[in-house]
Design a protein around this ligand. Structure first.
Ligand code: ARG
Length: 266
């Protein structure tokens, strides 16, 4: 059973600007954000996930985006993130405590101390292939060492991000079961797209749906949960055999995140 960690949204709001989607003048609606978060959790459960909830911390509004806590490997081992921006750096200790209290083993940071690396926002795996994004929040220097090649994955892909609106890998790429992946091809250099297309079937999303975070999807077995308003993406997924659930993420998109960012597979 897929186990997913989420963080209660009670302290969620837009209190600083660390990506181009965020503007303190475009504040999220507290009640609507809560409703959307609970709706997402319902959909995750409906798709068959075991959803585990941790509590948030006041003054850490982005803790709700558990994808950035770290990367959880199949054997309950965790690589903790090291946040680039000062605003999110205090999150690390709370995530660390949660993992320790819940029986996970924290691995020694595989990245050099002076680098940043933002967890499953920039590290995705599926079918024994590890995809590592870098360029905005995660440094190439953080992932360009042998440690990452020794985690037991068959293949490691390095994916340079080039559009500041798609600053985490999970905002523009989503590997899925059966060797499929949603992708916003505009967020990568051509050679990255080309080499990916040699190993998986790429499902390129339209620009207007990429902007609605179509790639920020969560897959649970044969079900894919995507933000609402992405009808072409939905159809594309259904055509290759996935069941698709939609969920409104407007209040979280104001912070530069959606379904996937709010979850962490543990
Ligand atoms: N406001 C958050 C940030 O800028 C959003 C994080 C979204 N997370 C993700 N995995 N893409 O850090």
């Amino acid at each position: 059973m897929t186990k997913i960690l989420v963080c209660n949204p009670s302290y969620y709001q837009i209190s600083y600007e660390i990506n181009p989607w965020m503007s303190i003048d475009n504040q999220s609606n507290k009640n609507l954000a809560k409703d959307q978060w609970f709706h997402l959790v319902d959909k995750l459960k409906e798709a068959g996930a075991n959803v585990v909830e941790m509590s948030g911390e006041s003054n850490l509004p982005d803790m709700v985006f558990t994808a950035n806590a770290g990367l959880v490997l199949p054997n309950k081992k965790v690589i903790l993130a090291k946040f680039k921006h000062r605003e999110r750096q205090p999150e690390r200790i709370f995530y660390k405590n949660w993992f320790q209290n819940n029986g996970y083993e924290i691995l020694e940071d595989p990245y050099p101390e002076n680098t940043s690396w933002e967890g499953a926002g920039d590290a995705l795996y599926q079918d024994n292939i590890l995809y590592l994004g870098y360029g905005f929040r995660s440094d190439y220097e953080a992932i360009s060492n042998e440690n990452w090649k020794n985690l037991g994955f068959e293949k490691v892909f390095y994916m340079n991000l080039k559009d500041p609106y798609y600053y985490h890998l999970d905002t523009c790429f989503c590997p899925l079961p059966n060797k499929y992946a949603l992708i916003n091809t505009n967020a990568f250099d051509e050679h990255v797209v080309k080499s990916l297309s040699q190993v998986i079937n790429l499902l390129p999303v339209a620009k207007n749906e990429a902007e609605k975070f179509a790639c920020n999807a969560v897959s649970i077995e044969n079900t894919v949960i995507i933000p609402s308003g992405c009808s072409n993406t939905k159809e594309m997924l259904m055509n290759v055999g996935f069941q698709v659930y939609e969920t409104d993420m407007s209040e979280f998109m104001k912070s530069g995140g959606a379904c996937k960012c709010l979850t962490l597979k543990i």
